[in-house]
Design a protein around this ligand. Structure first.
Ligand code: BV8
Ligand code: ZN
Length: 240
């Protein structure tokens, strides 16, 4: 199976790679839905990754994100991240769309990375949208900083539930979906939209869909090949 996937990748004209929290799991960054350790096991996403949650308790949301930022910065790219950076070098039309808000793909050497759900290490005003450089003492504060322009709360530049994805990123995704002939889906449960629709859209446009995941997901029925295992083990074997 892995050999078949490697051959399909090598023969691809345009590869669309979609990653989720599973590719960062081996770096020690908790996934969202892994029942044992997932963030969702201890927190309610509607309460935290949303405007309503932020308005209700900005301090709780801020502390949650500051904890996640510290974990993401302490994490080290794993062999899966590095393999995707290598695949980008080997396959000139390989493009990576990640749902993750950490920077582990970039730190592993990936150059062409689109963040569908934004970036944890970037900050902006929740009201006027101006970007904000975070000061060390603000990371430790119990409440988010206030915008120096309009007084609004500062928040991470991530996409919350109910918020639109960055239009330029979404446009790039639809264009890449139209021309891809192979889609590689790694470490995502396929439960968050619109990213969860991408494999189906690619398959209907004639692409071969290859999934890598430790378990079956909502994407599995759409995949032509679904490889069971960790991204850190399987991705490096895709060009042996
Ligand atoms: C929007 C940033 C327009 C914040 C996140 C239909 C169409 C459009 C929208 C919707 C729709 N239906 C419902 C919606 C609304 C909503 C949605 O999808 N809700 C879900 C819960 C049903 N979508 C939105 O609101 C989106 N906005 O569409 O705007 C709009 C507006 C209003 C109303 C309608 C439409 C915005 C969604 C973005 C939310 N922001 N993150 C933050 O990080 O705090 S989502 C969050 O979940 C992360 O980005 C995360 O990446 C993402 C998805 O989770 P996964 O990455 O898949 O992670 P998960 O833990 O679930 O799974 C990990 C997988 O890895 C597992 O399968 C596991 O088996 C595997 N694994 C584990 N270890 C390994 C491994 N695999 C390999 N190796 C390993 N070692
Ligand atoms: Zn502002």
């Amino acid at each position: 199976m892995i050999e078949q996937a490697a051959r399909q990748l090598a023969a691809a004209n345009h590869t669309f790679c979609l990653t989720g929290a599973g590719v960062s799991a081996e770096s020690g960054v908790p996934t969202f839905r892994d029942a044992r350790t997932g963030l969702w096991a201890r927190f309610d996403p509607a309460q935290l990754a949303s405007q309503e949650g932020f308005a209700t308790d900005p301090g709780r949301v801020w502390r949650w994100y500051m904890d996640r930022l510290a974990m993401a910065e302490a994490a080290i790219p794993n062999p899966g991240h590095r393999a995707l950076a290598r695949l980008e070098q080997l396959l000139p039309t390989f493009v990576l769309f990640t749902q993750n808000v950490d920077e582990l793909h970039e730190r592993a050497g990936s150059q062409r990375v689109y963040h569908l759900h934004g970036c944890l290490a970037r900050f902006r005003c929740n009201d006027c949208g101006r970007l904000h450089e975070l000061q060390p003492q603000e990371r430790k504060a119990p409440l988010p900083p206030r915008c120096s322009w309009c007084g609004g709360w500062i928040r991470p530049d991530v996409v919350w539930f109910g918020e639109n994805l960055p239009p330029a990123v979404l446009d790039a995704a639809w264009q890449a979906l139209e021309r891809c002939d192979v889609m590689l889906v790694v470490g995502t449960s396929g439960e968050v939209y619109p990213a969860a629709l991408f494999p189906q859209v690619a398959r209907e446009a004639g692409a071969r869909v290859i999934e890598i995941n430790t378990q079956a997901t909502a994407i599995t029925p759409v995949a032509h090949v679904s490889l069971r295992g960790t991204s850190g083990q399987l991705l490096p074997r895709l060009w042996e």
